[in-house]
Design a protein around this ligand. Structure first.
Ligand SMILES: Cc1ncc(C[n+]2csc(CCOP(=O)(O)OP(=O)(O)O)c2C)c(N)n1
Ligand SMILES: [Mg+2]
Length: 537
């Protein structure tokens, strides 16, 4: 039975549309073009509503982590939110790790989480009833549980507005099943975007003056300003004043390579960061928080800004850092682009065993211009980084929140966002095992993605971290917890079982041939790259 319209709505508002349809049309009106989902019974009306909205693509993912990672990758490449469709508290819980990464990245995401009908919520004994708001809250900047089908469309418009608030937010709309199936109003109009704050002229002047005081200075950049226009403006500032340009180790997206100014990456380990920042007397934060280490280590600092170094802020994360950098460059009279990266084309390594360094050289030599690199490469990372920072122009998407396994899911979203561009996902073998299901979606959607699994048969980084955190005398139990050799993972069979063509490379020649082939061909492909690693056991 149709419930009475709530206050503010007359029965003449009621059209032949249910809440789910009103919501889907509203999302499409608000510019949401894709929905990554893993539905259940409570989401059936939303799924059916997708059929009535040609502007919205539905993409099935077989685990909610893939849904979340794909939405993150899509957002990083388009700046726009995708919708996710998740099944009650447990479905959302499965997505939390990669929503955490999205949240750290400042990626706009609109989660639609089906829930029991409001009439069913009283029965706590129903298996899927949960503290759904409690589950959703920690990774949601904006959270709302729909109350009535009449309001769902407006809720959707508010969710998109919240997701788009700078620098990008995770917005979660919990959708009780009856708010989806009951009659609704028509769709709701998009809400105006929340304006991005502009940095005040006085702040620009203050930073410009500081850059002219002769002290050793760095700009620390994060967010939108690490795309082309921001990096170019920062390059002008560096050319004029001699400041260093830095980005943090886990940065959401950086456009880099040939033709752009180089932005240096702050290292991973605490003592390396201290050396790297040593001597700086000023750090200017551009959409970035002050640097801290990833973990704490006994006797080592977490706060790594050098003693006595002054921290200044050009732009807060929610402010327009690109505009601020351009204004700063103009204020300084910085017109020259300064030093730009010239591409280093490494020789193909001589035939031999593959390692992270030779693998990086081969990738940098053979990858096409304008590729997208999703990076969860862990200990293979430095080998890639060494070559790719002077590689062809590309976008580099790094794991942001430390929840590993995100490379392949992000590649799904990045490839759907940019179907003309080659996407390369590089993942540790341990990390890859968190999100194998991404391959099935790649195969189903015929995505042009190459996954490289760095198969060192180990949780290599954890073997390295053991001694660094002061865990002494690791015994066989410890070492076996970090070892992936028994049984040996067979990524060829795993990929083939998920519909993705795969090959294994043990030597540089094999890797070069397989990677070259993958660059020529279209479609999903996996290369299991056998790399050395520490097993300790
Ligand atoms: C969601 C999540 N679970 C667990 C961890 C802890 N962790 C950090 S690194 C790592 C192992 C990574 O191994 P692998 O991907 O093989 O890379 P390698 O160190 O061998 O290069 C684990 C389990 C994490 N960071 N995130
Ligand atoms: Mg490994």
């Amino acid at each position: 039975m149709l419930a009475a319209p709530p206050n503010g709505h007359s029965s003449s508002d009621v059209l032949n549309m249910n809440g789910a349809e009103a919501l889907v049309h509203t999302l499409a009106d608000c510019g949401v073009e894709i929905c990554f989902g893993n539905p259940g019974t409570s989401e059936m009306h939303f799924v059916v509503a997708l059929d009535s909205e040609p502007r919205m693509r539905g993409v099935l993912c077989l685990f909610e982590g893939i849904v979340a990672g794909a939405a993150d990758g899509y957002a990083r490449m388009t700046g726009k939110p995708a919708a996710t469709l998740l099944h009650l508290g447990p479905g959302f819980a499965n997505a939390i790790s990669f929503l955490h990464n999205a949240q750290k990245a400042g990626s706009p995401v609109v989660n639609i989480v089906g829930d029991h009908a409001t009439t069913h919520a009283q029965y706590a004994q129903a298996p899927l009833s949960s503290d759904i708001m409690g589950i959703c809250r920690p990774v949601s900047h904006w959270l709302h549980r729909a109350v009535h089908a009449y309001e769902v469309a407006g809720d959707g418009a508010r969710a998109v507005q919240a997701a788009r608030r700078a620098p990008g937010q995770v917005a979660t709309l919990v959708l009780p099943a009856d708010t989806a199936w009951n009659k609704a109003q028509s769709s709701a109009p998009p809400l105006p975007p929340v304006e991005v704050k502009t940095v005040e002229a006085a702040v620009i002047d203050q930073v410009a003056a500081a850059l002219n005081n002769g002290k050793p200075t760095a700009l620390l950049l994060r967010g939108q300003c690490l795309k082309r226009s921001g990096v170019e403006a920062a390059g002008r500032v560096a050319a004029k004043t001699g400041v260093r340009l830095l980005h943090d180790y886990f940065t959401p997206r950086l456009t880099r390579g040939e033709g752009l100014p180089e932005v240096e990456r702050i290292p991973y380990f605490a003592e390396d960061i201290v050396d790297f920042l040593d001597g700086l007397e000023q750090i200017v934060l551009v959409g970035a928080p002050p640097p801290v280490t990833f973990f704490a280590y006994p006797g080592k600092p977490s706060w790594v800004t050098p003693k006595g170094c002054n921290l200044l802020t050009l732009a807060e994360p929610e402010e327009d850092a690109v505009l601020a950098l351009q204004a700063l460059a103009d204020t300084l009279g910085a017109t020259r682009p300064g030093a730009l990266v010239t591409r280093v084309i490494p020789d193909l390594p001589v035939h031999g065993a593959l390692d992270a360094n030779t693998m990086g050289a081969i990738i940098a030599r053979l990858m096409p211009e304008n590729a997208i690199l999703c990076d969860d490469s862990l200990t293979a990372g430095p080998g890639l980084q060494r070559w790719l920072s002077h590689g062809p122009l590309h976008d580099w998407l790094v794991l942001t929140g430390g929840a590993i396994g995100d490379a392949a899911p992000m590649a799904v979203g990045a490839s759907l966002a940019c179907p003309q561009r080659k996407v390369i996902a590089v993942s540790g073998d341990g990390a890859a095992m968190y999100s194998l299901q991404a391959m099935w979606t790649m195969a189903r959607e015929r995505l042009d993605v190459v996954i490289i699994v760095c198969a060192n048969r180990s949780y290599n980084i954890l073997n390295i971290e053991l001694s660094r955190v002061g865990a002494i005398n690791p015994g066989p139990k410890t070492l076996s917890m970090l070892d992936l050799r028994d049984p040996q993972l067979d990524f060829l069979k795993l990929a083939q079982g998920l519909g993705v063509e795969a090959s294994r490379a043990q030597t540089t020649a094999e890797f070069a041939a397989q990677f070259a082939d993958a660059m020529r061909a279209k479609g999903p492909r996996l290369i299991e790259a056998i790399l050395p690693g520490r097993s300790g056991a």
